[in-house]
Design a protein around this ligand. Structure first.
Ligand code: NCD
Length: 323
């Protein structure tokens, strides 16, 4: 895999390989010294044109744990503020010779465009309403760790599907892993044709009891140009995930950030069936695995004198050894 732009860049074996690798990084994360020299000498640029807490911090930490050199750029405070175009920004950054560019943009297709203007491997960290493949991969990993293989598992994705790149990547990823995926929400927030990605559609939560996992989506106010629901209160009455609607064995997920009390009730969010914090923890090790897959796995040149995944590459850095 040269770039990760969409879940469609992966087959099931690829997803399993990334999750397996993430598991080995999770073992390393439990050691005292959490840093490995795997990507020493490689450079990663994180370029975020939209707000982010989880994705940007976990990509940063992932690169650092793998000993890559890292440059993090947010649109605020960079020349993007001064009106520099995406193409000029990528050309400029590419002159610094990065091996990977991780990009988040409000525009669907931005990550794909970036591949034309750089020799670096490109990772899509969210492009408008289009896709957010690394989120879906960390969600698959979180579920594999908790409930094992997803074959035949019923996963409901509830809420603002229309504006959600997370939904578009998760439907693809969960279906690829054999799950039976349903999207549910008000008709105004379920885009026409979404079933083509491999899911069923429901406009009410009447059959929610069948779900093994319920994945809540945030209302994406920043992408709404119209009023899509009469009010948030009415949305919550009909679609909020709360103890009244959910059984004791139904697992709950959310990509964050959460509008507490809108798409999910605080007691559900903080309750024992919530995987929300586990999802954040998975973000780090899965993004390490993705950087590994792109920069050290497969057919790209290997780090001199070592084999990807070898004990040598995964050994922790001795204290004092330069990273
Ligand atoms: C998601 C995003 O940015 O698409 N957040 C994230 O990456 N954890 C979901 C959202 O903003 O609602």
């Amino acid at each position: 895999m040269r770039h990760l732009l969409s879940i469609d860049d992966l087959d099931r074996a690829g997803v399993e390989r990334i999750c397996e690798r993430a598991r080995s990084f999770a073992d390393i994360a439990r050691r005292d010294i959490k840093k490995v020299p795997t990507l020493r000498g490689r450079t990663v640029v994180n370029l975020f044109y939209e707000s982010s807490t989880r994705t940007s911090s976990s990509f940063e930490l992932a690169a650092k744990r793998l000993s890559a050199d890292l440059v993090s750029i947010k649109s605020a405070g960079s020349s993007v503020d001064k009106g520099e175009s995406l193409q000029d920004t990528i050309t400029t950054l590419s002159a610094l010779g990065p091996d990977a560019i991780v990009i988040r943009s409000p525009f669907a297709g931005a990550a794909q465009l970036v591949t034309r203007w750089t020799d670096a491997a490109v990772v899509n960290a969210g492009d408008g309403k289009h896709e957010h493949p690394t989120q879906a991969l960390l969600d698959v990993y979180t579920l594999l760790e908790r409930i094992g293989p997803l074959d035949g598992k019923r996963i409901w994705i509830v809420g603002d599907v229309a504006h959600s790149r997370v939904a578009r990547s998760c439907i693809r990823a969960f279906a690829l892993m054999g799950a039976d995926v349903t999207v549910a929400g008000p008709p105004t927030l379920i885009p026409r044709g979404i079933e083509g990605l491999g899911c069923r559609i429901r406009y009410t939560l009447e059959e929610l009891a069948e779900a093994d996992v319920v994945y809540a989506l945030r209302m994406q106010h920043e992408r709404m140009v119209d009023a899509f629901v009469p009010s948030l209160r009415e949305y919550a009455i009909n679609y909020q995930l709360n103890p009244r609607r959910l059984g004791a064995r139904q697992l709950v997920m959310h990509p964050g950030p959460v509008n507490r009390g809108v798409e999910i009730a605080p007691e559900t969010m903080d309750g024992p069936t919530s995987l929300i914090t586990a999802q954040v923890a998975s973000g780090l090790v899965v993004r390490m695995a993705i950087l590994y897959e792109i920069l050290a796995g497969g057919d790209v040149p290997r780090i001199a004198g070592s084999t990807p995944g070898s004990a040598e590459q995964l050994r922790p850095l001795p204290v004092g050894e330069p990273a």
